[in-house]
Design a protein around this ligand. Structure first.
Ligand code: GLY
Length: 347
C-alpha cells in the first residue's frame, strides 16, 4: 500500500523504505540541479550506491519527449525489467516526467517520489498525475499512475529560496481553504517572512494529507478532485499572460493571485464570507506583491480562461467556495462577473 513518509533524516527513512521494497534493479532520476544539490544527501544509503543514475536537464521547458526518451533509453540500455524501481529526486518537472517514464516503461514499473521543492512536495509528487509538455501545451501527454511511496523530507526545505517557499505555500493556502477552519487558521497565521522550519514542516505534511484525502476519493478527477483547481482558472490565465509578455512568474505566485480573484467570485456567487476574502487578499498582497495588468488586458485574460483545458465547451469552469471547507465544484461565471473579479483584484 502507498505510504507518504514524513522524513526528518532522509538517509534513515530511504534506507528503511528500500529495505522493505522488493525490486531487482534500482534507478535514480535527477536533473542537473538536484544531482548536485540533493543527490549528495541520499548517496550514503547503501542501496543508492548500487543504483544506476540518469540525469536530465533542469526546468519545465525540458519536461519533453526528448528527455523522456532519454530516460526510456537509459532504462533499456541498463537492463531495467518490469520489477525494477525508479526513484525520482527533484521538483515537479522530475516527478512528472519520471512518473510518466515509470508508467510507460514495459507497461509500468514502480517508482518512489522524493520531492525536493515545496511546490513538488505539496502538489506534483502526490496524486499520481504524471506527464510531459507536448506541442506547446503543458502536461499534454500523461497518465494517472501513482507512486509506490512518497518521501517528504524536511532536509530539502532548508535549502530553498524565499521565492521557492512562497511558490509552494500558495498551494498550501489553497489546501487550507479547501479543508477546515483549524488548518486554515494555522496556514494564514504562518509568518512567511521569518520562517519557522519545524512548523513549516508540520504544515507541509498536513497539506500533503489534505491533497491525498481528496485524490483518494476521486483519483481520475471526475468529481471532487476538481476542488484542487481552486485559484487555478484565473491563476493559469495570469501565468500564461505573464509568459506571453516575457515576464514569466512562478506557478505558485500566479495561483496566489488567482485565489484572490476566485475568492471574490466565491463571495459574489456562493456567499464566501467577506472578512475571509479580505484576510486572504491582504495576506497575498503582503507576501506575493501584485500582478500588474490593466483593463485593456481583460480580453486577453478572458480568452486565456476560455481556452483552459478544464472547460467543457465554451463555459469557463471554476471551483469556488461557500466558506472555508465548503467546496462548490463545476461553477461558472459570465464575462461580466469575471471582469468584476479582475476589477476587485486591481483594487
Ligand atoms: N494539481 C492538481 C491535482 O493534482 O489534481
Amino acid at each position: 500500500m502507498q505510504q507518504i513518509i514524513k522524513s526528518i533524516k532522509i538517509t534513515d527513512d530511504l534506507k528503511a523504505v528500500l529495505d522493505n521494497t522488493t525490486y531487482d534493479k534500482l534507478f535514480v532520476l535527477t536533473d542537473e540541479h538536484t544531482d548536485k544539490q540533493c543527490y549528495p544527501l541520499i548517496e550514503s544509503v547503501p542501496a543508492i550506491q548500487q543504483a544506476q543514475r540518469v540525469v536530465i536537464p533542469a526546468n519545465d521547458s525540458n519536461k519533453n519527449l526528448e528527455n523522456l526518451a532519454q530516460v526510456w533509453k537509459f532504462l533499456t540500455k541498463n537492463g531495467a525489467t518490469r520489477h525494477s524501481l525508479l526513484i525520482n529526486l527533484g521538483g515537479g518537472m522530475i516527478t512528472d516526467l519520471g512518473g510518466f517514464a515509470a508508467a510507460t516503461y514495459k507497461r509500468g514499473i514502480a517508482y518512489i517520489n522524493i520531492p525536493t521543492t515545496l511546490l513538488g512536495s505539496v502538489d506534483a509528487a502526490v496524486g499520481g498525475k504524471t506527464g510531459i509538455n507536448f506541442g506547446g501545451y503543458k502536461n499534454e501527454i500523461g497518465a494517472f499512475y501513482p507512486a509506490l511511496h512518497i518521501i517528504i523530507s524536511a532536509e530539502f526545505l532548508n535549502t530553498l529560496t524565499q521565492k521557492d517557499i512562497l511558490s509552494g505555500y500558495a498551494e498550501m493556502i489553497k489546501h487550507g481553504l479547501l479543508d477546515s477552519k483549524a488548518i486554515w487558521d494555522r496556514t494564514i497565521n504562518f509568518d512567511l517572512q521569518t520562517i519557522d522550519y519545524n512548523l513549516l514542516n508540520d504544515l507541509v505534511m498536513e497539506s500533503v494529507l489534505i491533497k491525498q484525502r481528496i485524490v483518494e476519493k476521486d483519483p481520475f478527477e471526475k468529481n471532487i478532485r476538481k476542488a484542487l483547481n481552486l485559484g487555478h482558472t484565473i491563476g493559469h490565465a495570469f501565468e500564461s499572460f505573464a509568459l506571453d509578455n516575457d515576464r514569466a512568474v512562478p506557478h505558485g505566485y500566479a495561483v496566489a493571485w488567482g485565489l484572490v480573484a476566485e475568492l471574490y467570485l466565491s463571495h459574489k456567487l456562493c456567499n464566501f464570507p467577506k472578512e475571509t476574502l479580505d484576510l486572504v487578499t491582504q495576506f497575498i498582497k503582503q507576501n506575493y506583491g501584485t500582478f500588474e495588468f490593466n483593463r485593456e488586458d481583460y480580453n486577453t485574460l478572458y480568452q486565456l480562461m476560455v481556452h483552459d483545458k478544464k472547460n467543457v465547451g465554451d463555459t469557463i469552469n471554476f471551483t469556488l467556495l461557500g466558506d472555508v471547507g465548503n467546496i462548490q465544484i463545476d461553477q461558472t461565471a459570465d464575462r461580466r462577473m469575471i471582469e468584476e473579479a479582475l476589477d476587485y483584484y486591481i483594487g
